[in-house]
Design a protein around this ligand. Structure first.
Ligand code: CU
Length: 511
């Protein structure tokens, strides 16, 4: 029988803010973060769950910085030498250490030695390091717009397992402009990290050893083509509740799930005011009925509870299921508007938020046609590839430093892939549908409609974009300010781990 966990019995945890260990001679904050194994209660009725987290927390502590003020972080691996989740050796070099970690700051404009390249992994105490490893202490310049990024593990071939074990956390960049807007702040600004998990009766995390309908000839363990859990956690608790005052709150929402997408809405019918996307504030506040988030996408939203005193409101997921009492992933989080107003709400929800210069007027150095392709491997397992290339084939995407390019993701598979490019924030140009059946017959692209412009809440800076099946999703970006090796990939972790990831290199033609 399946585990039945009562909803909304645990309080929503709010992550600690990480404090610097010390300051360097020139005043740069220096942080140390240890990846460790520990046990934690994720629900009132669950025994403690074994987790891997940063500084003993899942999600890890929030790192808060100001724009233009660099920080240093030493990410330290203090984990056991064996993984507690099923490692598939058929997709890995058997000589690799089983437990490897490397931290990537998602959405960060980071020099390549600190970007967390998948092959820059390291083991406990840096005893062994990967071929791309450059240094122990990472540097983040924070020279980018205010927004919420997130840090998470990115080790080659086991990213899905390291993240599922708990290795992720939020990273907030603030700037002067945002402070002038008087948005809800401090106790009224809360990150919400949404993830799905499944549990065994003993409280341990459950992750499949093999695909459900697998033949006997498959490797054991074998990577699965997708994973969705049957419970929804926010900030590391299963279906928590949050007590709020009848006033405005700002929520920084992140979908940190492996595969699951969400379409969030409120059962009170109230609107969600979206003010920001992955790369910071939008130009204008957008009134939304529902907010869609593919893995790794963020939405910065304001909810106004002022007219809901005494009410209980549930944040729901339209893409979740309520097919049976055992499967109710359509619920996410409960708000209880039961706290007295401590003081008058003087925060604002401005209509105009920021200015976003369009990249469309830039001269375009290259248009890259990038195919999202499904094939199969030697065990007849699905193998999703970018331009039909494996991860370890030579670099093919080499934008020049400072140049502007259009990347067109042509999705030839049957489902949406959230596409992510490291180093840069991009703008979504459009999505154009084509006849996929026809393409599968004779390789011809016949459009079935005009290019669709981005929705109002997608007209900001993005680092991850939904590239739906049978559509060409075009994004535009300026490549810089650093040269070197980075990666672009699907952010479904089960896809990224099995070669739906490719290197790219920003080159300086003058060197
Ligand atoms: Cu994918």
């Amino acid at each position: 029988m399946k585990l039945k966990l009562e909803k909304f019995v645990d309080k929503l945890p709010i992550m600690d803010t990480l404090q610097p260990k010390r300051f360097t001679k020139n005043g740069t904050p220096y942080y140390e973060v240890r990846m460790e194994e520990f046990n934690s209660k994720l629900h009132r009725d669950l025994p403690p769950t074994r987790l891997w987290g940063y500084n003993g927390q899942v999600p890890g502590p929030t790192i808060e910085v100001n724009k233009g003020e660099p920080i240093k972080v030493k990410w330290m691996n203090n984990l056991p030498t064996n993984h507690f989740l099923p490692v598939d050796w058929s997709i890995l070099n058997p000589e690799l250490p089983e437990v490897r970690t490397v931290t990537h700051l998602h959405g960060g404009e980071t020099p390549t030695p600190s970007d967390g390249y998948p092959e820059a992994w390291f083991t406990k105490g840096f005893k062994q390091v990967g071929p791309a490893f450059e240094k122990e202490v990472y540097e983040y310049p924070n020279n980018q717009r205010a927004t919420m990024l997130w840090y998470h593990d990115h080790a080659m071939g086991i990213t899905r397992l390291n993240n599922y074990a708990g290795l992720s956390g939020t990273y907030i960049i603030r700037d002067k402009h945002e402070k002038t807007l008087n948005l809800p702040a401090e106790a009224y600004e809360i990150p919400l990290v949404i993830q799905d998990r499944s549990f065994n009766r003993d409280g341990s995390l459950s992750y499949p050893k093999q695909p459900e309908d697998s033949s006997e000839d498959l490797p054991n363990p074998s990577i699965v083509p997708a994973f969705t859990g049957d419970t929804i956690l926010t900030n590391g608790k299963v279906w928590p509740y949050l007590e709020v005052e009848p006033r405005k709150y700002r929520f920084r929402i992140l979908n940190a799930s492996n595969t699951r997408g969400y379409e969030l809405h409120l059962d009170s019918g109230q609107k969600i005011y979206q003010i920001g996307s992955d790369g910071g504030l939008l130009e204008k506040t957008v009134r939304m009925e529902t907010v869609s988030l593919e893995p790794s996408e963020r939405a910065d939203v304001v909810l106004d509870f002022s007219k809901y005193e005494g009410d209980t409101i549930v944040l729901k997921n339209k893409l979740g299921s309520n097919a049976s009492p055992d499967d109710e992933t359509d619920d996410v989080l409960q708000f209880r508007v039961n706290k007295p107003l401590t003081k008058q709400d003087t925060s604002r929800l401005p209509v105009r938020l920021s200015t976003i210069p369009s990249l469309k007027q830039s001269s375009i150095a290259a248009i890259r046609n990038l195919n999202l392709v499904g094939s199969t491997d030697g065990y007849s397992r699905p193998l999703l590839l970018l331009n039909n290339k494996r991860w370890d084939e030579p670099v093919t995407e080499k934008p020049q430093l400072g140049s502007t390019e259009i990347w067109a993701f042509k999705n030839l598979t049957n489902f949406t892939h959230p596409m992510h490019i490291h180093l840069i924030q991009f703008q979504l140009l459009d999505r154009q549908p084509f006849d996929l059946d026809r393409y599968n017959k004779d390789g011809q692209i016949i459009y079935t409609g005009p290019p669709k412009p981005p929705a109002a809440n997608e007209r900001g800076w993005k680092d991850t974009v939904a590239a739906p099946s049978a559509q060409i999703t075009r994004v535009i970006a300026r490549f810089g300010p650093y040269t070197g090796d980075y990666v672009w990939h699907c952010h479904i972790l089960e896809h990224e781990d099995y070669d739906m990831m490719r290197p790219f290199r920003v080159i300086n033609p003058k060197q």
